[in-house]
Design a protein. Structure first.
Length: 343
């Protein structure tokens, strides 16, 4: 039973906000945040603002870049299946991959976690995923905000937003449109699945299939449907760092909602267009299942999903094999998936 204070007046806890649970969450996530410390940032929680020292990180004349994003309705699968461990990686990835698309190195990350009633253990699971994403990206988890807002969310539900800051030395930002020309190669870097885009359609297709989240995934028998669809978004920052450092690429695009056909042109000048060889790579089985089960037209597939390519690079032909070799040395799979043509 909810206890009122001795005067009979209402307390903040009576209104649905538990400050003690919030303080418990901070203690639970301090080790996760501390594990993401990097040169230039201490990744310590508790202050009012995050501080970053670019000189300590080795930058001489940096430009700073900032991004923000969320996880979208992929969160509904995590909530309904009670699997919260990986959506934090998605949150980081959606922000830092955008930084990579402009040639920047991720430096610090901040998160926003909002819920109707705070469950510190659930939230800590999410934040541990965020910390794992930061470790993969080489960014410090420098702070964040936890908002407990009774009446705003249904029981057990929450929402996430992320904010990332990165830097690049002056003169190295992508794209370098003036260097691009017809014949340049489009290199695609493999995704881990749908990443964090198209999940409103994914959930509609699952509903049509009649499968429950704990059913074996038809396209990945070793996992449940929820586990397979919650595969976290790949983070490309570490593999791309040496490629960017050697100035081997002229442009990059993070393949999110809109797919290859909508995102690649964002990295190109108006005088050039991308011509894709759609048979140059094998789509992950999840996309075949989604298309068949949902009877999704091919044009919609190409404009909704990444279809197995999470990032593209624009590279001159003579450097394409070297770039692919460096990406593979960094743990990624990469393919030549097209060329630039005159628009």
């Amino acid at each position: 039973m909810t206890q009122k204070n001795q005067t009979g007046g209402l307390t903040y806890r009576d209104a649905g906000v538990d400050i003690d649970e919030g303080e418990r969450l901070v203690e639970l996530i301090k080790p996760a945040a501390k594990s993401t410390a990097r040169p230039g940032a201490q990744a310590a929680l508790g202050g009012f603002a995050a501080v970053f020292d670019p000189k300590a990180a080795g930058f001489k004349d940096p430009l700073f870049l900032a991004t923000t994003d969320g996880v979208g309705t992929k969160l509904k699968i995590a909530i309904e299946s009670n699997q919260h461990e990986s959506v934090g990686i998605d949150l980081v990835a959606m922000c830092v991959n955008d930084l990579s698309a402009q040639g920047a190195e991720p430096l610090v990350f901040l998160d926003y976690y909002a819920t109707g009633k705070l469950d510190a253990d659930q939230a800590a699971s999410v934040v541990r995923g965020i910390a794992e994403g930061c470790r993969q990206a080489g960014a410090a988890l420098a702070g964040g905000e936890t908002a407990e807002m009774p009446g705003m969310y249904a029981a057990g539900e929450y929402d996430l937003a992320g904010f990332a800051m990165g830097a690049a030395e002056r003169g190295t930002l992508l794209p370098r449109n003036e260097e691009m020309q017809a014949g340049d190669v489009i290199i695609g870097i493999a995704s881990s699945g749908p990443h964090s885009n198209g999940y409103s359609l994914v959930r509609k297709i699952v509903e049509r299939s009649g499968l429950s989240w704990d059913a074996p995934a038809p396209f990945e028998a070793s996992k449940t449907l929820a586990q397979a669809l919650l595969a976290p978004t790949r983070i490309y920052a570490r593999a791309l760092k040496p490629v960017f450092g050697a100035r081997l690429t002229k442009g990059a695009a993070h393949i999110t909602g809109g797919g290859l056909v909508e995102n690649t042109p964002r990295a190109l000048p108006d005088t050039l267009k991308a011509e894709f060889d759609w048979a140059a790579w094998t789509r992950p089985a999840v996309f075949d299942w989604l298309q068949t089960t949902g009877s999704v037209p091919e044009d919609d597939m190409r404009r909704t999903f990444n279809l197995g390519i999470g990032m593209v690079l624009i590279v001159e032909p003579a450097k394409a094999d070297d770039v692919i070799a460096q990406l593979e040395a960094g743990g990624e799979r990469a393919f030549k998936i097209g060329v630039l043509q005159a628009a």
